[in-house]
Ligand binder design. Structure first.
Ligand SMILES: Nc1ncnc2c1ncn2[C@@H]1O[C@H](COP(=O)(O)OP(=O)(O)OP(=O)(O)O)[C@@H](O)[C@H]1O
Ligand SMILES: [Mg+2]
Length: 277
């Protein structure tokens, strides 16, 4: 059974605006899935189906094999944690600590467990020092981290992050990648995220969906999708900088194998340098 599955999912906004059209999406266990697409491609609309904020106009959404209903919506929200694109939509308590505690308290956990989870979540995203602060007086990147901490504290099986790196500084992005690594490796959590930073995708994701005008136009492993630059440019996306560099060196006649992540590229350059010596 898949953790999340959509079958032929179509969503029409009021005013007959097509948000999604015939989307088939699968998230399995222990996966790191990136969803990319230009502005208005449908990423946020898709993500809002994963925890029952939106219900399909037609087609099916299955969360852990079950359609979302009013009866199981609490279970669904416990299972899938969604961090909104805009942190202001998610943060409303008078202090950071209370905000992060809100979800776990709502799950009916005892105060000691809540306290422990809040401590852990604040530490994970590196904002223990903001504990007593008023969320609405924080910077954009700080708010983003509060929103992420609030969802991590719920300990979901699937963590869905809608443009988590937008507005984060370079250290914030590194911290976020470390959080995703920890959650995936230590707890086996599946992470789904959208991003406009394509170069980040090979560093974090193993699977990739490409959206365009409400549809999925490509899917596969990160390497499979990124080896087709024409497809990416046709939907207003860019190829990540590392495969772009390797391809241009190949065009100069340098016999390098394709690489996508920083680490793969380093290994490939080292191999080449050793053979040259
Ligand atoms: N509340 C709404 N009412 C009507 N149309 C909407 C609404 N929200 C989104 N849309 C439309 O649905 C489509 C998909 O929007 P969505 O927000 O899912 O895109 P996105 O891929 O998340 O874009 P971005 O990269 O800008 O966040 C767009 O055409 C958008 O104009
Ligand atoms: Mg969006």
């Amino acid at each position: 059974m898949h953790l999340i599955e959509t079958r032929d999912l179509t969503y029409i906004y009021p005013g007959k605006v097509t948000g999604l059209e015939g989307v088939n999406f699968i998230a399995g266990r222990n996966s790191r899935i990136a969803v990319i697409g230009a502005n208005g491609a449908g990423k946020s609309t898709l993500f809002k189906h994963f925890n029952g904020i939106f219900r399909a106009t037609s087609g099916t959404v299955l969360i852990h094999g079950e359609p979302v209903t009013n009866a199981n919506i609490r279970e669904v929200r416990k299972f899938v944690g969604l961090v909104f694109q805009n942190a202001d939509d998610q943060i409303f308590s008078p202090t950071v600590e209370q905000d992060v505690a809100f979800g776990p308290l709502n799950l009916g956990l005892d105060p000691e467990t809540v306290h422990h989870r809040v401590d852990e979540a604040l530490a994970m995203v590196g904002i223990e020092h903001l504990r007593e602060r008023v969320p609405h007086h924080l910077s954009g990147g700080e708010k983003k981290r509060v929103a992420i901490a609030g969802v991590i504290a719920m300990e979901p099986q699937v963590l869905v992050l809608d443009e988590p790196t937008a507005g984060l500084d370079p250290q914030g992005i590194k911290d976020l990648i470390a959080v995703v690594d920890t959650l995936a490796e230590r707890y086996g959590i599946t992470v789904i995220f959208s991003t406009h930073e394509v170069s980040l995708v090979p560093e974090v994701a193993d699977q990739l969906y490409v959206m365009h005008k409400g549809k999925i136009v490509a899917q596969g492993t990160v390497n499979e999708v990124f080896c087709d630059p024409d497809l990416l440019t046709s939907v207003r996306l860019d190829v990540p900088v590392i495969p772009k560099l390797i391809r241009s060196l190949q065009d100069e006649g340098i016999p390098l194998s394709m690489a996508y992540s920083l680490d793969e590229a380093k290994q490939e350059f080292l191999r080449f340098a050793r053979e040259k010596r």
